[in-house]
Design a binder for this molecule. Structure first.
Ligand code: F0G
Length: 399
């Protein structure tokens, strides 16, 4: 088993034990292997094991994730999320991860790699979920955590969670894209290990969302996998996971990816409309604060993912995604606003005839319902009535 860091533009190889996030040609890097070891039989056997690394929905696939001695793995464990059948589609709920979002799958790998590299401090820019995940895994690994967040733009719950796990929070005056540029500079100049999804090891962990989903479906690929798109790390990871699964013969059919953006934060959608001839950078604004991103760092990797899977990129308005959120919530599952772009996107793609009747569709819900409670209280239809402790008032309220 050997792994290398390979530039996605010029194919130059680098030693994976070198700390680097991009090629000298400034292309993004990917972890590549000559061959994938392990396969469905082994992965399925591990699902019933009681050890942390086997039961982790990330490390169950370890041969295709990271070269590391088992005792060095930093795992909660994570993954093992449920697949729900509701409203005619399947929902893979990544909000069921330890810190309430899919980010834990990439973070367990990035923090394990940080320890292997001997890092003392780790950093990220975040709209709130990456920072909470980073803070939790850094606490477990005994690393200092520094997070750069856009001032006033992160939900109270996510910020509280990040602080509780003990991270140092730098509230940057500016949006996520400004915080992202600052953390990249800071990590270069101050020698802090950067664990945003520009870090190729994050992508390796996030691939396992797709692999666990395929495992849930007994390795019969669905027709569509639908996901929210912000900084585009996940879109990139899904494309890589599908390429590797197909090349290794784990699946016969290639599902199509549908990446959904909020209309106010839609640079990838705009690029898709010109067949990716132009890359767009915008100032983003949407109620879905997790994906309020105008200049996604993993753009190039995500373009490759959409092309490989004959995928599509769609946009949905804030009203559409909040309506979709209400439906997912009322189905008894619940998710944060950014995750609901998936269901809103499915409706739009079905209406446009892109998704056909009878096709199997899986929506990936990326964050837990309690992650962004501000969005719930300002839009929910459920009512709260304050009353004196008097049975007559209870009766009146229920009438
Ligand atoms: N859904 C949720 C709940 C997110 O938190 C994010 C990204 C996405 C979707 C988009 O994924 O960036 O890989 O395209 N959140 C990042 C953060 C930016 O800092 O927590 P992506």
């Amino acid at each position: 088993m050997s792994q290398t860091l390979r530039c996605i533009v010029c194919s130059r190889n680098y030693d994976p034990m070198e700390i680097r996030y991009e090629c000298d040609c400034s292309g993004l890097l990917a972890v590549e292997r000559d061959q994938l070891w392990g396969g469905p039989n082994e992965f399925d056997d591990r699902r019933t094991s009681h050890s942390d690394v086997d039961s982790s929905g990330v490390w169950r696939f370890r041969e295709a994730v990271l070269e590391v001695p088992l005792e060095k793995i930093v795992t909660h464990p994570e993954g093992g999320t449920r697949l729900y059948s509701r409203m005619g589609v399947l929902f893979k709920h990544e909000g069921e991860n330890p810190t309430g979002s899919f980010k834990d799958r990439g973070m367990t790998v990035a923090i394990t790699q940080a320890k292997l590299l001997g890092a003392k401090a780790v950093a990220c820019a975040s709209t709130g979920n990456t920072s909470a995940s980073l803070a939790a895994y850094a606490a477990q690994a005994g690393l200092k955590a520094v997070v750069f967040i856009p001032s006033g733009k992160v939900s109270t719950g996510k910020l509280a969670q990040t602080l509780a796990y003990g991270a140092t929070c730098l509230q940057v005056r500016g949006d996520f894209d400004v915080a992202m540029r600052l953390v990249r500079e800071a990590s270069k100049q101050l020698g802090i290990y950067l664990v945003n999804s520009i870090n190729p090891f994050r992508i390796e962990g996030q691939k396992t969302i797709v692999w666990e989903l395929l495992q849930d479906l007994r390795w019969e690929a669905p027709d569509w996998i639908v996901l929210p798109a912000g900084n585009l790390g996940n879109t990139s990871a899904f494309g890589k996971a599908l390429r590797e699964a197909r090349d290794a013969g784990w699946i016969k059919k290639m599902p199509r990816l549908a990446a959904i953006q909020a209309a106010g934060a839609n640079p990838f959608f705009r690029s898709f409309q010109s067949s990716f001839e132009t890359r767009h950078r915008i100032t983003a604004d949407t109620v879905a604060s997790a994906i309020r991103i105008g200049d996604p760092v993993s753009h190039d990797r995500a373009v490759a993912a959409i092309r490989l899977t004959n995928g599509v990129v769609e946009e949905v308005t804030d009203a559409e995604l909040m309506q979709a959120k209400r439906e997912i919530d009322r189905a008894g599952i619940g998710c944060e606003p950014a995750s609901a772009t998936t269901w809103a996107g499915v409706r739009k793609l079905r209406a446009a005839g892109v998704m056909k009747e009878g096709e199997q569709v899986v929506c990936v819900l990326t964050g837990h319902i309690l992650k962004d409670t501000e969005a719930i209280s300002s839009s929910a239809e459920g009512t709260i009535v304050e009353i004196e402790p008097d049975i007559a008032l209870v009766e009146k309220a229920l009438r």
